[in-house]
Design a protein around this ligand. Structure first.
Ligand SMILES: [Zn+2]
Length: 241
């Protein structure tokens, strides 16, 4: 009996060790916006051992939201700015996240799907390219400015996503005037006048945890150690419930 218990405990210990060592498999969804793929992938490679990645480009990547493909990755990372979606793809896309696939949405992914409000509900934000009325409020087209140095302020230092981070500077692009869902948890803010004040938040959609980070336009941010830490902690937090 004692041997049995020892063997049983050994099996449990091995399982725990193995599962702890297994990297989180992220699927980066791209398409609809150019970016420096080499440097972006270098940033992702810096998370090796803890996080592994594959990249899928829209529109072909819509297949990855189908139920039969959802076990091929653990966390979605959005870095796309795709606009067109048909009803069946929209159903799979929203269903995949609602049913529990966690998501980290970066930068221009908040500008995607101008005509699909459910996407705005998923990420809890939307950069409007045209005058839009949503939930009874009219929004003017948003604006952006490239190549600005600005401060990123940590709104909640005790949140697992921002833990260990102090306020930091980025050289990045700002967006102003975008919609943010009521009730999201603000993680990052900025005083930069050309930006909407809240530039990072956490929320839920269905069973999934979601983190949205506005920064991430180009190489200076990909190389920024604070941004890297933020992204890594976001991926780990949305995954480990
Ligand atoms: Zn950009």
């Amino acid at each position: 009996m004692k041997n049995l218990i020892v063997s049983f405990l050994l099996i449990i210990a091995t399982t725990v060790i193995l599962s702890a060592a297994k990297p989180i498999r992220i699927l980066v969804i791209t398409g609809g916006h150019e970016y420096n793929t080499v440097e972006f992938n270098k940033m992702l490679s810096s998370f090796a051992h803890e996080i592994s990645f594959q990249v899928a480009e829209l529109p072909a990547a819509f297949d990855m939201f189908k139920p039969e493909n959802r076990d091929k990755y653990d966390v979605l990372v959005f870095y796309h700015m795709w606009q067109v979606i048909n009803d069946e793809d929209a159903k799979n896309f929203a269903g995949c996240i609602r049913e529990g696939k966690p998501l980290v949405a970066l930068h221009h992914s908040i500008c995607a799907f101008d005509d699909w409000p459910e996407y705005w509900n998923i990420i809890g934000g939307k950069y409007f390219h045209k005058t839009t009325t949503f939930k009874g409020r009219a929004y003017a087209p948003c604006s952006y400015i490239h190549d600005l140095h600005f401060d990123v302020r940590i709104a909640d230092k005790n949140h697992p996503v921002t833990k260990g981070l102090n306020d930091f500077q980025v050289f990045d692009e700002t967006y102003k005037g975008y919609y943010i869902e009521e009730g999201v948890t603000p993680l990052l803010t900025t005083d930069e006048p050309t930006s909407t004040p809240t530039i990072g938040w956490a929320k839920k959609y269905g069973k999934s945890r979601i983190v949205v980070l506005q920064s991430g336009h180009d190489v200076p941010t990909f190389e920024n150690p604070d941004f890297r830490k933020l992204l890594k902690q976001s991926i780990i937090w949305v995954y480990r419930k």
